[in-house]
Design a protein around this ligand. Structure first.
Ligand SMILES: [Zn+2]
Length: 156
């Protein structure tokens, strides 16, 4: 069996920043062809067989986007609900036109804080070292939901 649309694929992966260190690793079941993975990764995996292993490098534009200075913002403390609780490294939620976005507190001053709303991997060129562990046909329910169920898939 080959990786194709409507197949549930089990992969293990190690994700690193190209030329730098490992960021994360894991195993997951995903439904191919439903944009559950970034398109560049689905394209790389298309037609691969069980047992395949290989590496692919994906630039920021096809991964988590370029780093945007506009996403680094200074917020006056009087606009915060609990300014006294703010600490560097904390994850907070910002309300924007596109909905709620997670942001990292990068500095805490006397009257304001600085937050970075970029994705943690924004601006990074990523290398995925991937193994295709298993491929199976998706169930009707999985196709209706648009994602994979099972051990490394969605739980609900
Ligand atoms: Zn589901």
């Amino acid at each position: 069996m080959q990786v194709a649309r409507n197949k549930v694929v089990t992969i293990s992966y190690e994700l690193s920043e190209s030329g730098k260190g490992k960021l994360e690793d894991g195993t997951l079941d995903y439904l191919h062809g439903f944009r559950n993975l970034m398109p560049a990764l689905e394209k790389f995996l298309t037609d691969k067989k069980e047992g395949f292993s290989g590496k692919v490098e994906i630039g920021p534009r096809d991964a988590f986007g370029e780093f945007s200075e506009d996403m680094v913002m200074t917020i006056p403390k009087d606009q915060l609900e609990k300014p006294e609780e703010m600490q560097v490294g904390m994850q907070i939620e910002l309300e924007s036109k596109e909905g709620v976005i997670p942001a990292l507190v990068t500095a805490v001053g006397t009257d304001s804080i600085t937050v970075d709303g970029n994705h943690p991997y924004a601006g990074k060129t990523l290398t995925f070292d991937i193994k295709v562990l298993a491929i199976r046909d998706a169930s009707a329910e999985e196709l209706a939901h648009g994602h994979a169920h099972g051990a490394h898939g969605h739980h609900h």
